[in-house]
Design a protein around this ligand. Structure first.
Ligand code: ADE
Length: 365
């Protein structure tokens, strides 16, 4: 291995050369419009490439242009996002699309600052779109890019900490070619996603291996430092299947600002300390929808893991004892025929309850 690392220009050309030869053929790399790039970057912020591809293709078939997205109701956008998780991304995408159409006559602000000023567009998305779509010389570092740089320069510390992140960004800037910033950003991400893997890096395939300081130290696995994961707390959540005589079931739309905001659910909520699941459900139905229910048979329990917590979702058959549902702590409610549930955007856990309802497993009455 050579003793002195190559100068930044050489590292950059090694990386770009490698990307030119090895870039995966991905749907968002075929037709480069700001809209398509933006949708891809938003999806890819929390989702792996393989998972994102079918969603991306369906999303673009459903909303082929910025105008189509801006004109669509939020509910349709959430439906297209169903199963991808992190639903705030879909709400933010929709809000930004509307703003570009309404305040910028459908033309994207072509700069990092202009993009960052759009509602709910954060620094990563602004930098990715500015560099990839508009050739602006800004670095867009995701977790993959951070890992590559942390190893290449043996940067100690957790990239989630601000000073470490700033150091990595400054290193990226020192390599960024002003004439091809988008290519560079994507190349770094690609190298992290396909070669410089978190657990078992494929150093033999890496164009930067001779310059990699972590490799030189024989400590690839030590960079970047990862904070030990805290065990995700487990909550008990109760949900109600209230079925009317005509077979319709009661579903509520979650308040927009809440977790899973805008999605439909079988109403219910988290059990509080000292409460039984039945008491919890009766309270939630009162608070959310203003009705008193008789909590009946326990139907099923589902387990679901979100990023920062896990739930046991206990589903009960319920009957309305008094009151008419009204929205107290939800955005909307309706009595849906089982077949109509498919059209409503739901989280994965509620979709499983819906499928169970549709399977005819609840006794009539
Ligand atoms: N992750 C984030 N942006 C990406 C891109 N443009 N291609 C592949 N993976 C990505």
């Amino acid at each position: 291995m050579p003793g002195t690392p190559p100068p930044p220009d050489d590292l950059t050309s090694l990386l770009l050369g490698w990307f030119t030869d090895h870039a995966r053929d991905l749907p968002w790399r075929r037709e480069r419009t700001p809209y398509r790039i933006w949708v891809a970057e938003v999806m890819l912020q929390q989702t792996r490439v393989e998972t994102a591809i079918p969603y991306y293709e369906q999303f673009l078939a459903r909303f082929p242009t910025l105008n189509a997205l801006a004109a669509a109701p939020l509910e349709a956008v959430l439906k297209a996002w169903e199963g991808l998780g992190y639903y705030a991304r879909a709400r933010h995408l929709h809000a930004a699309a509307r703003q570009v159409v309404e305040r910028h006559a459908g033309c994207w602000p072509p700069t990092y600052d202009g993009l960052l000023a759009l509602p709910e567009v954060g620094p990563y998305i602004a930098a990715a779109v500015a560099s990839i779509a508009f050739g602006q010389p800004v670095v867009a570092l995701d977790g993959n890019g951070c890992r590559v740089l942390a190893r290449l320069f043996a940067v100690a510390g957790d990239p989630r900490r601000r000073p470490v992140r700033q150091e990595l960004e400054s290193l990226a800037r020192s390599l960024l070619p002003p004439d091809r910033p988008g290519l560079f950003n994507e190349a770094l991400i690609e190298l992290g996603a396909t070669v410089c893997l978190p657990r078992a890096p494929r150093c033999e395939r890496c164009p930067l291996r001779d310059a990699c300081q972590a490799r030189r130290l024989g400590r690839e696995a030590d960079f970047p430092i990862r904070a030990p994961r805290r065990a995700a707390p487990l909550y008990d959540v109760a949900a109600a299947v209230v079925r009317r005589r005509d077979g319709r079931v009661l579903v509520a739309r979650r308040a927009l600002g809440d977790f899973l905001g805008g999605l439909w659910e079988f109403p219910g909520g988290k059990r509080e300390e000292g409460e039984s699941l039945e008491e919890c459900l009766a309270r939630e139905m009162r608070e959310e929808l203003g009705i008193e229910v008789e909590v009946g048979e326990h139907m099923l329990t589902l387990h679901h893991a979100y990023t920062h917590f896990r739930i046991n979702l206990h589903v009960y058959r319920c009957a309305v004892r008094s009151g008419e549902p009204r929205c107290l702590e939800c955005a909307d409610f309706c009595w849906a025929a089982p077949a109509e549930l498919d059209a409503l955007p739901m989280s994965v856990a509620d979709r499983r309850i819906a499928q169970w309802v549709q399977s005819g497993a609840i006794p009539a009455g």
